[in-house]
Design a protein around this ligand. Sequence first.
Ligand SMILES: *Cc1c(COP(=O)(O)O)cnc(C)c1O
Length: 425
Amino acid sequence: MTAPKLPGHPHIAYQGDELFIENVRLSDLARQYGTPLFVYSKAAMLSALAAYQRGFAGRKVQICYAMKANSSLGVLQVFAQAGCGFDIVSGGELERVLAAGGEAKRVIFSGVGKTRAEMRRALEAGIGCFNVESEAELEVLNDVALAMHQRAPVSIRVNPNVDPKTHPYISTGLKGNKFGIAHERTLATYQRAASLPGLQVVGIDCHIGSQITQEEPYLDAMDRVLDLVETIEAAGIPLHHIDFGGGLGIDYNDDTPPAADALWAKLLAKLDARGFGGRQLMIEPGRSLVGNAGVCLTEVMYLKPGEQKNFCIVDAAMNDLPRPAMYQAFHRIVPLTSRPATSTLYDVVGPICESGDWIGRDRSLAVAPGDLLAVLSAGAYCMSMASNYNTRGRAAEVLIDMNQVHLIRVRENPADTFSHERLPT
Ligand SMILES: *Cc1c(COP(=O)(O)O)cnc(C)c1O
């Protein structure tokens, strides 16, 4: 048997029968740090970022990493050092950016439910822009800024009403979901924003969804947003920047998203054709920068043959890898040591007491207890969504930089999981 190919995973490959990330053998890491273990390739993150940078060569652009995809400090530091800004969705994420050495002025703050306290803290830190998601939020932000004798920089998130053709839970730019301002209300909302003394209108933004694998939704959304820019500017409200959000997909299972540079070549051609080529641009990619830069290592604990199904019970679970349970998402699962043996069809499941605790269904694997597996495409929306369900400590994380191994998160022990709890006396 030849070792499986890992499409879409640069810097993660078999050398002989052994799976490596950059120059490090993954089975060595599993033995040293235990499992489940998240392992990230710094080179893979930087090459994903480089695809965007190539696409934008010669343009005015700020790439703001959408950090909810993976908000571990060690990952944020990689992007801060590469010159990225950050798209945040909570006050907690702002504190993480600052702790990782990111600059507040390159932070944009998205999200439908910003609290007054979060607004105050973001103004005090001096963030670059608030991406406002409702008319009510504009009024509150104006009050908060005036009370601090400041003007809050704002962009309004518009809902271009295009179908990104992705899972309904991760589609955000259609009528009838909670995000953004309806297309018809946009001009009135901008006029209101421009009239409020505590606000400074600086831009417009949109974000149509996630795991988008086609270019049409982006091209459609861009047309819709540019129509709005023309309308808003014709009403005498200049916009300094245009922010096209994130959402570009990755290859989980023979998905074929456009490459970031190829997609942006088309989008920039449209911007040029419509006379906006010289405008300050912003984008908010998350998944496409980190998703295929990470794997989760797990050990096979038990094999449980059954009449209808065979189960391969591993030590990673839905608290570590929530995407299958949450979105029926697919992650490839491959052995750390590929060996010639007959495979059996298994459902790969975790130890959590829920039938939803599965990681892969009907997978053909040649495994024995004690074997190590890698769950691929685990760099985005895995650790950042991890929980302590079943009082399982969250996994450790390591960041690989060529031959160097950096432990960026220590495994939680049971006491860590209840350290904030108190017994009533
Ligand atoms: C989640 C999110 C992103 C990033 O989405 P990806 O699919 O991870 O690229 C960007 N902008 C906003 C406002 C988001 O909510």
